[in-house]
Design a protein around this ligand. Structure first.
Ligand code: UTP
Length: 295
């Protein structure tokens, strides 16, 4: 079945990037000239996804404003022909996909946020993109969610996007027990969320992209909240698919940035600035100069 729907959970508290995320959701923090969440919506649209549900909470109304028409602003830009490109960029954000919203009424973890998508999803497989995981791909490369969709079509299994991470990151995210299936594709047998050092199977961690079937909702409902944090971990629900031989991992081609961390925000901005057609060359020259002043 063709995948046309995606869910973007964006209802977290963003505590690691406070105070920046106090009044502006971290998913709306800027990467050069677009908010982070627009990169996700563009990734979906480039992969042929037409309908996107964003899971929000209180204070995230600016996300809705961003993907809406801005009548007054557009009317002003339209008066000045030299601002045609700006007008187009403002319109484009609103026309990328059909975007829907639902609120996660309590912040009880990623798994709990995904549950809020059940009615939107209906009976179809769907994509999940974590709202703070931005992945840039090189020109000509498939968007990462498209790479996962290809694996879903080829193997008929649920799919998670992975990359090898440092030991410290694996202990913060999760570890996957895998065996090779094809080039850059693995069968997943087990997943442990936030493993202790001695529990690490591999350095592959899930980095913000998944394709799942709607039975995931029952799995989430049967996943107990973590005793430590009270959150429902999505990777534990995914682990059920893995134990039944129904989960593949794609070692995706793309560079991932964690917009939920201060360093990730800076890295995303530097990379996107270097790739930017308008400021890329100047920013590169600036960086080269800056490097000369560093010890
Ligand atoms: P994170 O765990 O990275 O986000 O969730 P967080 O909870 O905002 O992080 P900190 O620890 O407070 O800094 C990954 C994605 O899942 C969403 C977040 O918005 C983020 O995009 N999320 C997380 C929800 O939608 N609901 C939740 O209850 C938790």
């Amino acid at each position: 079945m063709k995948i046309t729907k995606a869910v973007i959970p964006a209802a977290g508290l963003g505590t690691r990037v406070l105070p920046a995320s106090k009044a502006v959701p971290k998913e709306m923090l800027n990467i050069v000239d677009k908010p982070a969440i627009q990169y996700l919506v563009e990734e979906c649209a480039a992969a042929g996804i037409t309908d996107i549900l964003i899971v929000t909470n209180r204070g995230k109304g600016v996300i809705e404003d961003h993907f809406d028409y801005a009548f007054e602003l557009e009317a002003n830009l339209r008066k000045d022909p030299s601002k045609a490109a700006l007008l187009e960029s403002v319109r484009k954000a609103a026309d990328l996909a059909n975007i829907y919203y639902v609120r996660q009424k309590e912040t009880k973890g990623l798994g709990h946020a995904i549950l809020a998508a059940e009615r939107f999803v209906g009976n179809e497989p769907f994509a999940i993109l974590y709202g703070d995981d931005i992945i840039l791909t090189d020109p000509g490369k498939k968007p990462v969610i498209g790479q996962l969709m290809d694996a879903y079509e080829a193997y008929g299994k649920c799919v998670c996007g992975v990359q090898e991470c440092s030991e410290a990151q694996v202990m913060k995210y999760c570890t996957l027990d895998v065996t090779p299936l094809a080039d850059r594709i693995y069968d997943v047998h087990r997943i442990i969320e936030k493993p202790a050092k001695e529990q690490i199977f591999s350095h592959f961690s899930i980095l913000g992209r998944n394709i799942v079937t709607p039975d995931v909702f029952d799995r989430i409902r049967h996943t107990p909240p973590s005793e430590k944090t009270g959150e429902i971990y999505f990777s534990e629900a995914l682990s059920g698919f893995a134990e039944e031989g129904r989960l593949a991992a794609v070692d995706f081609e793309g560079k991932r940035f964690d917009m939920g961390s201060k360093l990730g925000i800076m890295q995303a901005n530097c990379e996107a600035a270097l790739r930017h057609p308008e400021i890329g060359a100047d920013f590169k020259a600036y960086l080269k100069d800056l490097v000369k002043t560093l010890n």
